[in-house]
Design a protein around this ligand. Structure first.
Ligand SMILES: C[S@@+](CC[C@H](N)C(=O)[O-])C[C@H]1O[C@@H](n2cnc3c(N)ncnc32)[C@H](O)[C@@H]1O
Length: 390
């Protein structure tokens, strides 16, 4: 009930019979001798209220919002315990309870008594509220609430026309599961990046996650409790990742959003790491804008870790003139390594590491199709770039 008391003013303008609709107010206002929070708990139809900051929600949503979700609470305290390197038995011993009691809390079958909660709060250095309440991180960072499916949409929910067939393939081919599983096998280069990103212990934003998830699977391999916002322009891809990871990990620290990374919905200086495994390289939009946006939303000292590839100017110069013309007209971005744009975006420290190469002959991207239609095989040089907002 506590979050009903946050806003100071609200004007009740009319009574209504909105069926099961109720109004959550963040102020303790009253009408008809009935406080609105009482109305919430009694599921009574109440007035419509004019207040920019009020939200009308259904009674069942309100119940969910004000009741401790024991499953998610359990996952949070389990993550906190693991982050301290404690086993359930260790924790049980230091609290003077049985390991079964700890297991019950972590499975969502029970909540510790108040005195034990207080002890946990001191032990983990987090408030009791932080342990008990579901955090709406996306609301904190963007000012927009997530939808009822727990995804924040900053683009229309409906898939863009040109993506429909691709998304269908991703679903029917089980790409997300396949890519996740393949990331579980050893891959020293990607594993190292994953560990590097995970070590920040802050807010990680995976942009253009795509069906491969970019670096996110490797970050979660290094730390399954990492806090990551998983995002893409395609709402279906975000939703597929959510469905998959809810089952595979059930982490309380994963958040989901659909937005265009050339116009990020985040406030300035709020993200610790932007992780981009090939999103900006395959950008629908202006890559320079995407880099500027990344700079804006990162905290000072925050890093953009981005990987993509480019075809060298020497390779371009070796092609027939007519082929060069078509390639430059249709895909000029393929010949840019984005270094200048990264400097122009503001990044003060930029380190690039060549990560390998690939050829369009063995690729099924749009540029590979174009290269094939022109009868050429283009060699891409791949790199990972570490860009710091100094
Ligand atoms: C082809 S994928 C490759 C990289 C991807 N990280 C992966 O591992 O599969 C590129 C992804 O970037 C997304 N994307 C392209 N432009 C975007 C934009 N402007 N904003 C957000 N996502 C974008 C696409 O929807 C796509 O899912």
């Amino acid at each position: 009930m506590k979050s009903l008391y946050r806003i100071k003013t609200a004007n009740i303008t009319s009574f209504g019979t909105r069926g099961r609709s109720i109004i959550t107010l963040k102020a303790s206002v009253s009408f008809n001798n009935l406080r609105l929070c009482d109305a919430v708990s009694m599921k009574r139809p109440v007035a419509s209220i004019s207040c920019a900051k009020c939200a009308i929600i259904s009674a069942s949503e309100a119940e969910e919002r004000f009741i401790v979700n024991k499953i998610r609470f359990g996952k949070r305290i389990s993550a906190l315990r693991r982050s301290k390197g404690l086993s359930q038995a260790d924790l049980a011993q230091s609290l003077g309870v049985t390991p079964q009691a700890v297991s019950k809390w972590e499975c969502g079958n029970a909540v510790p008594d108040l005195d034990l909660l207080l002890e946990l709060s001191h032990m983990y250095r987090v408030s009791i509220n932080e342990m008990l309440e579901d955090r709406d991180l996306l609301f904190e960072l963007t000012g927009q609430k997530t939808d009822s499916d727990n995804i924040a949409y900053f683009v229309p929910k409906q898939e863009r026309g040109y993506n429909v067939a691709w998304v269908r393939e991703i679903r029917s081919g089980g790409w997300i599961k396949r890519n996740w599983e393949s990331a579980q096998s050893e891959n020293p280069a990607m594993d190292e990046v994953g560990k590097n990103i995970a070590s920040c212990n802050g807010i990680i934003l995976e942009i253009g996650a795509g069906p491969g998830g970019g670096f996110m699977p490797y970050v979660l391999k290094a730390n399954p409790d990492a806090t990551i916002i998983i995002s893409d322009l395609s709402p279906a891809i975000v939703s597929e990742w959510k469905k998959f990871l809810d089952k595979a990990l059930g982490s309380p620290n994963l958040y989901y959003a659909a937005f265009d990374f050339c116009r990020m919905p985040f406030k300035d200086n709020c993200i610790d790491i932007i992780s981009d495994g090939g999103g900006i390289g395959n950008c629908e939009g202006d890559k320079a804008e995407a880099l500027k946006e990344a700079y804006r939303v990162l905290k000072p000292g925050g890093r953009l870790i981005t990987s993509t590839g480019f075809v060298s100017r020497e390779t371009l110069a070796s092609l027939p003139k007519s082929t060069q013309r078509v390639l430059l007209e249709k895909r000029p971005d393929v010949f840019e390594d984005l270094y200048e744009d990264t400097v122009l975006a503001g990044f003060g420290k930029i380190d690039s590491v060549i990560s390998g190469s690939w050829q369009t002959d063995s690729d099924d991207s749009a540029i590979a199709d174009l290269a094939r239609s022109l009868g050429v095989n283009l060699k891409f040089t791949g790199y990972i770039r570490y860009c710091t907002k100094t």
